[in-house]
Design a binder for this molecule. Structure first.
Ligand code: TXA
Ligand code: MG
Length: 330
């Protein structure tokens, strides 16, 4: 059985699994999370794979306290005030990512900001302290099903896709955290949760709006998913490329042996900074873990555009292709 009752020993065991790149079902006060080492691209890719997510949504980074948060994000005055009042607790803050902070680009879907929170759960805090790394964790369920509030729910949804589930009782809140964007000019609630915009307004001393409500007199809530900002390279992206132009960069997958340059020559002879391979072994999991970092490198390579070879549309390949299609449209 992968479910283990939380104790000093099992928390240590879970920490070792996380350090080695595995996945752990972690109790929090909101819902159970599917946790992985946020500094490890491959471990983060496993989260998306286990959930069967058809797209890469940025994930929440969990840390044990405000001090740890400061290693990864720029804490402004609003963030300081909100943390003082609501952490540990069900408030996630979107803040500018610190450059060189080491958090996986896949975890934040290539964005310049990070979602971060300190959970109000003893087991979660002890686990975070034991492993000494930040943990990326979405709700521990298959994509499209209900968020789990007990270890048994996690097991029913994810089965053997999770290496261990730490049982820490039922989640008290039972609803995901409030997501508060503090990276823009005015604070905005991107996802409603237990902590309301009014509660936050009071603490910050400024008006806090719900981003998902229409402004011009409309009552209907917008889908929070539609608000999701996406990382898009500055230069054009061309997908399903079967060759590459001389002034393009190539994002390959698998063997590049037969990839030609338009008008003659081989892709392997392009300047080094304009070739990246998502996975030489055609491993989709590895490709997912490299995707955002490589797109960024090629965006900065001086090329006119990025030609991307096609990837199989199966498993985590669906999420990669979804992301590439969006990058190509933008
Ligand atoms: O209560 C919770 O928040 C749970 C527990 C496990 O902590 N976690 C959770 O994570 O619900 P997840 O990955 O399902 O939700 C993350 C939310 C999404 O709505 C995502 O769009 C948003 O946070 N988000 C993450 N990073 C963001 C960013 N940089 N900018 C805007 N939104 C972001
Ligand atoms: Mg969820």
């Amino acid at each position: 059985m992968v479910i283990k009752s939380a104790s000093k020993k099992t928390i240590q065991e879970a920490a070792s699994i996380l350090i080695e790149g595995g996945l752990v079902g972690m109790p929090t006060e909101t819902v159970y999370g599917l946790a992985a080492n946020a500094l490890d691209d491959k471990a983060v890719a496993s989260i998306f794979e286990a959930k069967g997510r058809p797209a890469f949504n940025p994930l929440i980074i969990h840390v044990p306290d405000l001090e740890a948060a400061q290693n990864y994000v720029e804490i402004n005055d609003h963030a300081k005030a909100a943390a003082k009042r609501f952490w540990p607790g069900p408030l996630t803050m979107i803040l500018p990512r610190k450059s060189g902070c080491g958090i996986s680009e896949l975890a934040s879907a290539g964005l310049e900001t990070l979602a971060i929170r300190v959970p109000n759960h003893k087991v979660a805090i002890e686990l975070l302290k034991s492993c000494g790394v930040p943990l990326a964790a979405p709700s521990a369920n298959k994509s499209g099903s209900l968020s789990p509030t007990s270890p048994v729910h996690v097991h029913a949804s994810l089965k053997d896709k999770v290496d261990m589930i730490l049982a820490g009782g039922a989640s008290e809140v039972g609803l995901e955290s409030t997501v508060l964007d503090l990276s823009g000019e005015a604070p905005l609630v991107l996802r409603p949760g237990g902590i309301s915009a009014e509660d936050i307004s009071e603490v910050l001393g400024v008006n806090v709006d719900y981003a998902y409500l229409h402004k011009e007199g409309e009552q209907k809530p917008k889908s929070p998913g539609m608000l999701l900002k996406h990382y898009a390279p500055r230069i054009p992206v061309r997908i399903n490329a079967v060759d590459v132009a001389e002034d393009e960069a190539l994002l390959g997958f698998g063997s590049l042996k037969f990839m030609g340059v338009k008008g003659g020559g081989f892709a392997k002879d392009l300047p080094e900074e304009r070739i990246r391979n998502l996975s030489e072994e055609s491993d989709l999991h590895e490709a997912a873990s490299n995707l955002f970092a490589m797109l960024k490198e090629l965006d900065d390579s001086g090329a006119r555009a990025i030609a991307v070879m096609s990837l199989p549309d199966v498993g985590i390949g669906k999420a990669i292709n979804d992301r590439l299609r969006r990058a190509a449209e933008g």
